[in-house]
Design a protein around this ligand. Structure first.
Ligand code: COA
Length: 254
């Protein structure tokens, strides 16, 4: 366990669990680093055949920690956009060669939704919801979602989610094509385990080759992630974004 992340191996299945329930599993820099490490270290390990990412019961993640965003927006920019821990995590997703399954029970916000476009199978509970409030925060889409979401769900549905900030239910997300299966609340991890075992029983090399054929070329995806990340870093310093972050943390005092 590293801070708010638990990494465990169950036979050939690596399970990455975000565990920061008091902050709705909002992802900190340390969590991004630990998630990248858990994915990267699986790549040359033949004992790991499949990876599950989960938030445990009741919540997937409220997305990037907004306090970190606020600090980045007012820090004068010490970290280059493409060297941030979030972008390193996204590179880990792009270069990952192991089948990746997500188990989403509850909210998946921001990168909690965009990371799902990199997964091979997404299980969502009936109470899961998916939202990307980038524009409401004065930001732009990230994680390659501006490329992957329109390909998956068409421009208009991608626009409604990524630009208008519409929230999707589990059934909406399945209909849109980025949730594979909708299951009962509390059962996503167990169901993800069943899918993982099914994949682990297949010939590993044939799975890896086929998965690569199905995925967009890594160079194309990396270029888009970099383009988004540069624009995102600019937007983090915008008056619109700073006002939105401050409003979030002021809401309880009001
Ligand atoms: N970053 C940092 N802290 C967050 C957070 C985030 N993304 N999301 C939630 N939290 C914290 C809250 O500040 C609160 O902490 P506190 O108890 O110390 O005040 C705690 O998690 C619980 O959140 P709260 O807002 O009280 O719960 P809720 O059930 O009313 O609402 C959310 C949950 C997720 C809908 C709401 O917190 C929210 O909208 N979060 C921001 C999501 C977001 O914009 N993410 C970035 C996307 S790019």
């Amino acid at each position: 366990m590293t801070g708010h992340l638990i990494v465990s191996d169950d036979d050939a299945i690596r399970i990455i669990t975000m565990r920061r329930p008091d902050k709705k599993n909002a992802i900190t820099r340390e969590m991004y680093r630990a998630m990248s490490g858990a994915i990267d270290s699986a790549q040359n390990d033949p004992a790991v055949r499949c990876i599950i990412i989960t938030g445990g019961s009741g919540v997937f993640t409220a997305g990037n920690d907004l306090d970190d965003f606020l600090k980045d927006s007012t820090s004068g920019g010490s970290v280059a956009p493409l060297a941030s821990d979030a972008v390193t995590f996204l590179y880990s997703l792009v270069h990952n060669t192991k089948p990746l399954i997500a188990a989403v029970d509850g909210i998946a916000i921001g990168i909690g939704t965009t990371m799902l476009f990199h997964c091979d199978h997404v299980l969502a509970s009936q109470t899961a919801s998916f939202s990307t409030p980038f524009i409401h925060l004065g930001l732009v889409p990230e994680g390659g979602s501006s490329l992957l979401a329109p390909r998956t769900m068409g421009h208009q549905r991608a626009f409604a989610m990524l630009v208008m900030g519409r929230t999707l239910s589990a059934d909406d997300a399945r209909e849109a094509g980025f949730v594979s299966t909708v299951v009962a609340p509390g059962s996503t991890e167990a169901e993800a385990g069943k899918i993982a075992r099914e994949i682990c029983a297949l010939p590993a090399e044939a799975v890896a080759i086929s998965r690569k054929l199905l995925k967009p070329p890594p160079d194309e995806l990396t270029r888009r992630i970099n383009q988004e990340a540069c624009l995102f870093a600019e937007r983090l310093r915008s008056e619109e974004a700073i006002a939105a972050f401050q409003a979030f943390f002021a809401r309880k005092k009001e």
